[in-house]
Design a protein around this ligand. Structure first.
Ligand SMILES: *[C@@H]1O[C@H](CO)[C@@H](O)[C@H](O)[C@H]1NC(C)=O
Ligand SMILES: *[C@@H]1O[C@H](CO)[C@@H](O)[C@H](O)[C@H]1NC(C)=O
Ligand SMILES: *[C@@H]1O[C@H](CO)[C@@H](O)[C@H](O)[C@H]1NC(C)=O
Length: 523
């Protein structure tokens, strides 16, 4: 993501690296053999995740309105790595029954997916509901339930109706009202079938990449200003939808509703360097605390350190008001405790060092306000996308950070975790990733007593991966995007995940295809 430009001389760099590795060494797992010493309990929720825009296609089918991602990609055909768009992608709009069979085959009993807002409300507003959208999601949810799979439904996974984007999208406070209207339509129509809702997916990625930079659509590059408006109004919209459900639907429908936040783990570059430790904590607060503290902390509101930092920077830069808006006391109260669970997406870790300015930072910006240079540890493997290196202990450390900051009462559900590669059925790197990350999860649950109740692998099948187009592959199933029927093929990692789900154990020995197939057949 952010490229690090090292200025250190080779000698200094090498000395620093060896310190880093030495200090980080012991906590890395060795080469595990045999079965994990801990197991997932029977009630642990195993699932697999996807998102509407990344798999559905049918971008203008059945009366669907355009989303801002549709429009942005049509207007900027070379935006993605492979100049692709998501007009068809895996064609789940047509092939959803195959998706359900695949979920069932994995043996998981939960499927996390999202509703496309413009498929349901083509104009974004609730005056007109698209019947075909209602039909599609009803059939999908009913098919899942008929197969013993509980749908876990995200209302917003980034595909904003274009009609609301032209109003400024999440930088506009009216979005709070429009999101509540949309949520009401969804709860009314689908609340009989859907018992686990999440309001928003990864507001942090959406705001910092889509509003603060041009890395995601809508590519507003409103660094340091628009990105914080987006944070603020997305949080308020979440609280609105939460209370709407809680006050008017929960008693009769009996479901739960929460939010999904995302976080890298921020690891000090030199483990015992006090400045690097401070930088790591600051990064966590600016990137996760900003979203989690208003909802999950005892006191609510933005973390004090975040408040003070952005206020001071804004003042110093000549703004008469902070670039980060303030919540009213009523808004603080409406956000506090507004989630039945902590949905957490995690993929990777970065090394942290303090810095006041880097060549690639804009001023003002979240990067500049955070004041932390992030880089990847060269020894961590990177099987696919350039931003995703493999550091399993970071997962356990992140879970501990969340538990220590927000308590162990709130259930944590890992709503996404996974790794990308460059394709193929024999995805050993993904098998290894799931083995090792899930083992860290077992340690976090059993040794650290983190209250983790569920886990969703990202993702069911290869899909449209935003800026990466179809280059990065995250799927448990391969999709042949050139075939007319988007043929799905089970990967080695799907066999592996199936084995973990059914045995509730991690078998570190089943890395090769034949032994995996044998084990799975025995189950
Ligand atoms: C299980 O515990 C034994 C004994 O402490 C240890 O040698 C082994 O490495 C552990 N295995 C795993 C997979 O954790
Ligand atoms: C996209 O790239 C192609 C091939 O390089 C080029 O011909 C075309 O003009 C580009 N389109 C836009 C809108 O930039
Ligand atoms: C695609 O699926 C349709 C409907 O199931 C089927 O009739 C058709 O033969 C398939 N096409 C190919 C090329 O497999």
């Amino acid at each position: 993501m952010l490229s690090s430009r090292r200025v250190a001389a080779w000698g200094a760099l090498l000395a620093c690296l060896s310190v880093t590795l030495e200090a980080r060494g012991p906590e890395e797992e060795g080469q595990y053999k045999g079965l994990s010493n801990y197991s997932f309990h029977d009630k642990f929720m195993f699932g697999v995740a996807s998102a509407a825009f990344q798999i559905e296609g049918g971008w203008n089918a059945g009366g669907k309105g355009p989303s801002m991602w549709d429009v942005y990609l049509h207007e900027h055909p070379n935006y993605t790595l492979d100049s692709s768009n998501a007009d068809v992608t895996a064609d789940s709009y047509r092939l959803y029954k195959e998706d359900v069979s695949m979920v069932k085959d994995l043996g998981v009993t939960y499927y996390r997916l999202s509703i496309s807002w413009p498929r349901l409300l083509p104009q974004g507003t609730d005056n007109y509901v698209n019947e075909d959208g209602v039909r599609y999601y009803k059939e999908l949810f009913e098919t899942l339930l008929a197969n013993g799979i509980t749908p876990v439904v995200t209302l917003y996974h980034w595909d904003l109706p274009q009609s609301l984007m032209v109003l400024g999208g999440w930088a506009n406070p009216v979005m709070v009202d429009y999101f509540e209207d949309y949520a009401r339509v969804a709860f009314k129509l689908f609340g009989g079938l859907v018992k686990i809702w999440t309001t928003l997916n990864e507001p942090h990625q959406h705001c910092s990449n889509g509003y603060g930079t041009d890395f995601f659509a809508p590519a507003l590059s409103s660094h340091g200003v628009g990105e914080y408006l987006c944070v603020h109004y997305m949080l308020l919209a979440h609280a609105r939808a939460y209370h709407l459900y809680n006050n008017y639907f929960k008693a009769t429908q009996g479901g739960k509703i929460g939010i999904t936040l995302d976080a890298f783990w921020a690891e000090p570059k030199v483990v015992n360097d006090p400045q690097d430790k401070i930088a790591s904590e600051r990064y966590m607060q600016m990137h996760l605390g900003m979203y989690a503290h208003p909802i999950f902390s005892k006191d609510g509101d933005y973390p004090l350190s975040v408040r003070q930092r952005v206020d001071a920077m804004s003042h110093h830069q000549g703004y008469s008001r902070s670039r980060l808006p303030y919540f009213t006391p009523e808004e603080v109260e409406s956000l506090r405790g507004s989630s039945d669970f902590f949905g957490l997406n995690h993929y990777t870790s970065y090394l942290m060092t303090p810095s006041s300015l880097e060549p690639n930072w804009k001023v003002p910006s979240l990067d500049h306000d955070t004041g932390v240079r992030i880089e990847q540890e060269p020894s961590w493997p990177k099987p696919g996308a350039s931003w995703l290196s493999v550091y399993p202990p970071g997962f356990r450390k992140l879970l501990n950070w969340v538990s220590n900051n927000y308590g162990r009462d709130i259930p944590i559900i890992i709503t996404e975790n996974g790794v990308s590669d460059t394709g193929g059925i024999n995805d050993y790197a993904r098998v290894d990733y799931y083995n090792r990350y899930l083992y860290q999860l077992l340690l976090a649950i059993n040794i650290d007593h983190c209250n983790v109740q569920g886990y969703f692998a990202w993702t069911l099948m290869d899909d449209f991966e935003w800026k990466d187009g179809y280059v990065s592959k995250f799927g448990l199933y391969h999709v042949d995007f050139d075939s007319p029927n988007k043929t799905r093929t089970k990967k080695l990692s799907a066999y592996k995940y199936q084995e973990i789900v059914s045995t509730r154990l991690i078998n570190f020995d089943t890395l090769d295809k034949r032994s995996l197939r044998r084990t799975v057949n025995r189950i």
